[in-house]
Design a protein around this ligand. Structure first.
Ligand code: PXP
Length: 240
């Protein structure tokens, strides 16, 4: 049986903790439960304002995660220093705007090519794989390959929020085309953002996509069924 790999984003466990600046709930515990439930990796986004994940979390996650630790981060010098200190297995470069509620779109790799290329190189020199979160546009896929990244993560937000079946189909086509081109160029293909228990299946059907990063839907469901069960249910949906 083949599965699409599941990276569980634990940011919102930390969001709840930071709402009270208490110790609970601990995203580290969520990561360990996710792994026990079959997650193939753990993702944490260290934001510039530290609104959810803290450096303390990264430090303990680095010592405890047994699958793969993926650090999502903005392409800034501060974040590169932190990544070099904690040495996650993978970094995912994402754009970040201070007032945004969540990541709003993919990184414009075409525009930021020179800076991104230097960051990719520094991270890879330290043994860290680099994925770049991009919108499903072919010129962004090509630029991602040009800057030397290992992988793309295709932004599925427009697909997930499509307001009609026609737009949804169009968005799915864009994702499929981006995935095919990336695979042809030798990039690993990941996808994520706003995926949930209801909209994930058509993405799973795209053969080039090998891994999905999912956070909000799993944490939200975990409130009612528990973290283990929420991850398990998602994992079942990723069967091919
Ligand atoms: N991938 C990236 C690059 C993200 O920024 C996020 C949100 O932090 C996710 C995946 C997960 O999105 P969601 O929480 O909507 O599942």
């Amino acid at each position: 049986m083949a599965w699409v790999k599941l990276g569980v984003n634990i940011d919102h466990v930390a969001t709840l903790r930071q709402a009270r600046r208490e110790r609970d709930p601990d995203p580290v515990l969520a990561a360990l439960i996710a792994e026990q439930a079959g997650a193939d990796g753990v993702t944490a986004h260290l934001r510039m304002d530290r609104r959810h994940i803290q450096e303390r979390d990264l430090e303990i996650l680095r010592q405890t995660v047994k699958t793969r630790l993926n650090l999502e981060m903005a392409p800034t010098q501060e974040m590169v220093q932190i990544a070099l200190r904690f040495k996650p297995d993978q970094c995912t470069l994402v754009p970040e705007r201070p007032e945004e509620v969540t990541t709003e779109g993919g990184l414009d790799v075409v525009f930021h090519q020179d800076v991104v290329r230097r960051i990719v190189q520094r991270l890879q020199d330290a043994g860290i794989e680099v994925s770049i979160f991009i919108d499903p546009q072919l010129e962004q896929v090509r630029a991602t390959q040009r800057v030397g990244a290992n992988a793309i993560e295709i932004n599925t937000n427009a697909y997930a929020h499509a307001t009609s079946p026609e737009i949804r189909k169009q968005e799915l086509d864009h994702i499929r085309q981006a995935a095919q081109m990336a695979a042809r160029l030798g990039l690993r293909v990941l996808a994520g953002h706003a995926l949930n228990y209801h909209n994930v299946r058509p993405i799973v059907e795209i053969p080039e996509i090998e891994e999905l990063n999912i956070g909000h839907a799993i944490v939200a469901r975990a409130l009612f069924v528990g973290f283990f069960e929420a991850v398990r249910e998602m994992k079942r949906l990723l069967e091919r």
